[in-house]
Design a protein around this ligand. Structure first.
Ligand code: HEC
Length: 134
């Protein structure tokens, strides 16, 4: 093999290896970054809520945590903007009473409506959203 030919072969081989190595590491990096990125995004969302002191609106909380039961009245849940469902509760317990029951749970109503990361004020905002039309 002539020296020039050897160099060409060697250079080609190095290029091929380099490209392969690059592709492999790009895939590796993509695989490794993905879960980290997801965790980071989840953490950032939680941080934002906490830092802003309950930035999520009552509608946001209702639509993510409460709608499953309170839209159709599952298990007797008082329905969105249904005065007949809400007024007797408000008359009997007052707003603070139903708010406390939403935080602590009552009968089939789970504590915080299963929204574990909802602050007391976010639960309050969700209730206000549910009754603002009654
Ligand atoms: C798993 C179904 C379910 C989910 C999810 C749920 N609720 Fe309820 N909720 C109920 C039921 C059932 C009742 C009626 C309980 C009773 O009085 O027997 C109720 C009652 C309430 C009451 C009235 C409490 C009282 O003292 O009369 C409030 C306020 C309330 N829910 C708020 C919320 C909020 C806010 C959310 C979302 C963060 C939520 N709920 C999510 C089922 C649910």
């Amino acid at each position: 093999m002539k020296l020039k030919t050897w160099f060409t072969v060697a250079a080609t081989a190095v290029t091929v290896f380099a490209v392969q190595a690059q592709e492999m590491s790009t895939d590796d990096i993509a695989d490794r970054i993905k879960p980290i990125g997801q965790v980071h995004v989840a953490g950032a969302t939680a941080d934002t809520g906490a830092a802003a002191g309950g930035a999520r609106s009552g509608a946001d909380i209702y639509n993510s945590a409460c709608v499953a039961c309170h839209s159709a009245g599952v298990l007797g849940a008082p329905k969105l903007n249904a005065a007949a469902d809400w007024q007797p509760r408000l008359d009997e317990k007052g707003f603070d009473g139903v708010w406390q029951n939403a935080i602590n749970g009552i009968n089939a109503m789970p504590p915080r409506g299963t929204c574990g990361d909802c602050s007391d004020d976010e639960i309050k905002a969700a209730i206000e959203y549910m009754i603002e039309g009654i």
